[in-house]
Write a protein of this length. Structure first.
Length: 147
């Protein structure tokens, strides 16, 4: 019975944790924008959330998630895929390397415009997740108090 009450909070808690981890990854990319040879990192939020919640892979992807998924795949079947390092959040959520969109002399793959946009988008979604959690908590509290 208690599981049914906290199921939505668990989902939003996992989403909040993943959003925070993605924010750290994007902030790291921005901080290393001038580091020669730095390769930008990111992960597919949708896949990581499905894995964290134990859901199947049948859900639809947003445009940003599809772009990250394309960036993490190889462009030719003969290419060797890069090994993914875990983010420390659990068994699955794997960090991937982003594809360089603008050539640079120092082999740095950070695109500041893309990273800033991803940072702002993720911050807005993080705030929305916090609001969902607060709303769920208020709803449960009012149900317990009988109002």
């Amino acid at each position: 019975m208690l599981d049914k009450l906290t199921e939505r909070l668990d989902f939003h808690g996992n989403a909040l944790m993943l959003r925070a981890e993605r924010q750290r990854a994007i902030a790291s990319n921005i901080a290393n924008a001038d580091t020669p040879g730095y390769v930008a990192r990111d992960f597919n939020f949708g896949d990581a959330l499905r894995e964290a919640t134990g859901q199947g892979t049948g859900a639809t992807f947003s445009t940003a998630e599809r772009a990250i998924q394309r960036q993490q795949s190889t462009s030719d079947p003969r290419h060797i895929p890069l090994p993914a390092a875990t983010t420390g959040m659990g068994s699955g959520s794997a960090m991937g390397y982003t594809v360089q969109t603008q050539p640079s002399m120092d082999n740095n793959t950070v695109d500041l415009d893309r990273e800033r946009a991803a940072f702002a988008d993720n911050a807005v979604r993080y705030e929305a997740t916090l609001r969902f959690i607060n709303g769920n908590a208020r709803t449960m509290l009012s149900a317990i108090q009988g109002q």
